[in-house]
Unconditional design. Sequence first.
Length: 398
Amino acid sequence: MSILEGLRLAVNGLLSNRLRSALTMLGILIGVSAVILLVGVGNGASVAVQQQIQSLGSNLLTVFPSNARSAGGVQQGFGTGSSLTLDDVKAIANRQTSPDVVTAIPSAGGRAQLTYGNQNWNSTLTGTTQDFPSVRNYQVATGQFFTTGEVDASSKVAVIGPTVATNLRQNFRVIGVFAPKGSSGGFNNQDDVVVVPITSAWSYLLGGRGRNVQQIYVEATSAEATTAASTEVTQVLLDRHHISDPAQADFQILSQQDVLNSAASTTGVLTLMLGAIAGISLVVGGIGIMNIMLVTVTERTREIGIRKAIGARRQDILLQFLIESMFLSGLGGALGILIGFGLARVLPVVVSTLPTPVISTPSVFMAFGISVGIGLFFGLYPANRAARLRPIEALRYE
């Protein structure tokens, strides 16, 4: 028996029990569409996170205090004091000692409650210097950013994000509004910011917190130069802080590539977990195929006996039922792909907080291949059972 003949018999057998065949395919259909959709959501989340990180600048280094050093034999807890100063920022930005560094800016601040009249708004406050837009990859849409003179004079000026501009005005003189940069909701809204001169933040907004720098953002000459820039920044700070052993450094340096690698690893595990959860439904669908194929073999026992009596070989019977099982799962997989694509388009419209699913070609081929493989695996036992029937016993079956 040829494969085309086996396929014709399989189609006829499925059409003779349309409802049962449709219900059997439903398990595979749901499994394949779930795999495509959930893997797409995982990929979409990964892309969204990477875009958020890349929007900060791929050549960005972040220096922040570390609790690695100990005082008096006792290790100091994080946040007990900042070891970074404005002089450190100026030393890092010196092109003679750090040729791979374009510039560096300080950062001090945190969450702040802003008020204007009878309105209030909780936003992220950042005290910094005039190079903030270039280092942090922000664009000023209206107005202007504050100048070196306004930083030196501790001027009460602020540049705000569009989210703050929409909800509130404040008692600092707003001299500019940033262009929208992107918001993923929750605590990761890059548009919900208020940026003021760091000297103004120290003088008026961060009373009692001293004049320490919480973070230093360093702009390297390029993404490829971040490693060299990190080495230069490390040496500058070790020399300034009089530390001979790098293991005892009172600071840490984190590059955007480190953040990207960490995010990619996390979202990769998330995508794998979502795909595995969806894959369980494929296994359930395969068990349903095995169950139906066993019922089919029982119902068609006399047919099998007649075919063997007129010359059908064991491999012909085996091939017939395997083709029927694989056709059932393959058709369910193909329909599942179409439904998965449809849901990927509809889901972001229905649930706006979810990232836009990114359907990858490998995941589609993988889901379809697994569906056909499941048909082969779970159809093998019923097909082999049919092929092993003896013609005389099959013809006697009632």
